[in-house]
Write a protein that binds this ligand. Structure first.
Ligand code: JB3
Length: 208
């Protein structure tokens, strides 16, 4: 009997990812959270402290999923799980539309209503959130977060660890650097450099 998935995180994002995995027919055995851990997350028991990850690995658990919205922390915890010998699974809603030619990394979340179109590339540990659309030939880096209802036209690239806030729109061919943020509702019509926050319609840099 294959042991269930070990999930890192026990907050709102974890609730959504538990339901994604259960809809895929998977079992989430435990959530591992920080010091503020609740006793359960939906119907899953919660353990406190990341040292539990190694203990569970020793007990034979081999598959993990990082369900934490903070990009840097998700990236770090994902690397830690891989180092311990876990395989990172993907959580993809049966109600998402993912092109057969799209190339998906590991530890990815694709929520209900999301669309990932032809030849798009989605990096490890990235979130394509509820109803977001990533069109043909987009290249989304690792540990990025495309928030709900974002719309990326064709050939858009988003760097590692970047965050596109809810409802952001990006015109074709735009390059958004790594570690950058687009504020909610931003309309991106020019490239955004690494480590930059841009807001508004059209989106303009407010910090570098
Ligand atoms: O915007 C949407 C639709 N979802 C957001 C999501 C993408 O990000 C959501 O609204 C939140 O903004 C955020 O969800 P998340 O990450 O679940 O946030 P929160 O509810 O604050 O839960 C954070 C979880 O991470 C808690 O269970 C913490 O205990 C846990 N945590 C924090 N640090 C940690 C650590 N867990 C582990 N294992 N290790 C840590 O170092």
């Amino acid at each position: 009997m294959t042991k269930g998935i070990v999930m890192l995180g026990a907050g709102g994002h974890a609730k959504v990812c538990i339901e994604l995995l259960q809809a895929m027919g998977e079992t989430v055995a435990y959530c591992i959270a920080g010091a503020d851990a609740p006793s359960r997350c939906l119907n899953v028991p919660v353990l406190a402290g990341d040292e539990q990850l190694a203990r569970l690995r020793d007990e034979g658990y081999a598959r993990a999923f990082v369900a934490i919205g903070a990009n840097k922390l998700r990236g770090r915890l994902g690397a830690n799980a891989l180092q311990l010998g876990y395989e990172l699974v993907n959580a993809i809603s049966p109600r998402a539309v993912v092109s057969p030619s799209a190339r998906l990394g590991k530890g990815i979340a694709i929520m209900a209503g999301a669309v990932v179109n032809a030849d798009a590339v989605i990096g490890d540990l990235t979130i394509i959130n509820t109803g977001a659309t990533v069109d043909h030939d987009c290249d989304i880096g690792a540990a990025a977060h495309i928030a709900p209802q974002c719309a990326l036209a064709g050939n858009v690239s988003v760097g590692t660890g970047s965050f596109l806030g809810v409802g952001s729109k990006v015109i074709p061919g735009i390059r958004i650097g790594k570690g950058s943020t687009v504020g909610a509702g931003g309309v991106v019509i020019r490239d955004i450099a690494d480590g930059t926050t841009a807001v508004g319609v059209p989106a303009k840099p407010i910090t570098k």
